[in-house]
Design a protein around this ligand. Structure first.
Ligand code: PLP
Length: 448
């Protein structure tokens, strides 16, 4: 027993102490002696309990959650349906290893993935535990299915922190610094970044620029897969210009390469559709999912065309924990919540409310360079007034000021200058309004 849950839990933002409070500070001291320095925390406030849109800490503070544990708790933290499913499954069996003794939950999650991911073709899935692990397995599938080895990724990409995934991730510090060499035959091409691309550049033109680099540097006949985030997350919540994703997918079809959508952050209703690719009617050969899939438990998947997935030989996939039965039960419950409560619609409503308020900030403060996003995946790029030079210092100060007032707002972006909004899709409207009021206050205080 390391902590107790505060007995009074107001369903609103509430500060009982300065943040971090004394009990969090005591844990932080113990942490310094026990936890490796390389593990960071955006705000050293120790969690005790959670409810839709609110995190309660060990000092009795209640913070509005605009992070969803990095985009995971879309259905809410400790969502009752998920908790019940976890309890029930844990009471039956917690683990067998699907490679040893299979169970229905694994099959049922794969059936859901077949029916929910874009495209009506026959599909197969493999379940893993983390996003990075799923990315690695998608690369295995692409290489096995095409007999080629080159993997093409985009500028500003984030695909995880295992060695292959780090090679695919764009940003050096802190993710990659000192950890090389990375896996070979990974090639980076320009993305579509409407705010920073030349004025008027269309998605098709951005794709032409990317594909010209690809053909020149790699050669189309060598490409196993082009792996893209349909909305780039960690890289800065970058929504590509319309036409960019379809052009890349078309090129893949014409050149016998797989178009792989990393929907780890953008999938499962976050952007106002089950999957972000749907906004442009793109049907990927492989879809990678994780995060929101299992409502807070570790589960990830690769789903793809049956013939492509089945290019991997029997025994070619595996892992002790992949598709853990408790995580599968949580996923089935989380998917049911998303479906029953139409969370894609909720994501669109949250996105509309957020961007309307944030756009008024952009009108008032020249340091707010752009408000962008899809659904409830919204980013605000902070720049030096009068130009577009990134201002990560100001973005950090804004995030810290919000955190000090009890709003858990994080930053993202290759330059660290993007405020990222990833609220749970069940956040009550008054909490969202309160959070934006706080952001307005902080903007007024720090930007005049
Ligand atoms: N891909 C994308 C788009 C992500 O956003 C993330 C995590 O943030 C990953 C891959 C890696 O997932 P994980 O941290 O579960 O390994």
């Amino acid at each position: 027993m390391t902590t107790s849950i505060p007995s009074v839990r107001p369903a609103r933002r509430h500060l009982a102490t300065e943040l971090p409070g004394p009990r969090s500070t005591a844990f932080e001291e113990r942490r310094r002696a026990a936890v490796a320095r390389g593990v960071g925390s955006a705000l050293p406030v120790y969690a005790a309990a959670a409810e839709p849109g609110l995190l309660h800490d060990v000092d009795g503070n209640a913070l509005i959650d605009l992070a969803s544990g990095l985009g995971v708790t879309a259905v809410g933290n400790a969502a009752p349906r998920v908790v019940d499913a976890v309890r029930e499954q844990a009471g039956l069996f917690t683990h067998t290893c699907f490679l040893t003794s299979p169970y229905a939950g694994y099959v049922e999650v794969c059936e859901e993935l077949s029916s929910l991911t874009p495209g009506t073709h026959a599909k197969r899935s493999v379940l893993l535990s983390t996003g990075a692990e799923a990315v690695e397995n998608a690369v295995k599938v692409a290489r096995a299915a095409t007999g080629r080895s080159a993997v093409v990724v985009l500028d500003h990409a984030y695909h995880g922190r295992t060695n292959l995934a780090l090679g695919m991730t764009a940003k050096n510090a802190p993710f990659k610094q000192g950890f090389g060499p990375f896996a070979p035959d990974i090639h980076r091409i320009p993305t579509s970044y409407p705010y920073r691309d030349p004025d008027g550049m269309t998605g098709e033109q951005a794709a032409e620029r990317a594909l010209e680099a690809l053909e020149r540097q790699v050669g189309g006949e060598n490409v196993a897969a082009v792996v893209v985030e349909p909305v780039q997350g960690e890289g800065g919540f970058i929504v590509p210009a319309p036409g960019f994703l379809p052009a890349l997918a078309r090129w893949c079809r014409e050149h016998g390469a797989l178009f792989v959508a990393d929907e780890i952050q953008s999938g499962f209703c976050r952007t106002g559709a089950w999957f972000a690719c749907e906004h442009e009617d793109v049907v990927p050969d492989l879809v990678i999912t994780a995060k929101a899939l299992a409502g807070g438990l570790p589960l990830s998947a690769v789903t793809g065309r049956a013939e492509v997935m089945d290019a991997v030989q029997l025994g070619g996939f595996g892992g002790t924990y992949g598709g853990n039965p408790v995580a599968c039960a949580a996923a089935l419950a989380a998917i049911d919540v998303m479906r029953t409560h139409q969370l894609a619609d909720r994501a669109r409503a949250i996105g509309d409310a957020l961007t309307a308020r944030l756009n008024t900030l952009a009108e008032r403060h020249p340091a707010v360079g752009e408000v962008r996003g899809r659904g409830a995946m919204v980013g605000v790029e902070i720049v030096e007034p009068g130009g577009k030079r990134p201002d990560p210092g100001l973005a950090q100060r804004l995030a810290k000021a919000c955190q000090a007032r009890g709003v858990l707002l994080l930053t993202a972006g290759t330059h660290g200058n993007v405020l990222r909004f990833l609220p749970p899709l069940v956040i009550p409207a008054p909490l969202l309004t309160d959070a934006v009021d706080v952001i307005e206050e902080c903007c007024a205080e720090l930007m005049g």
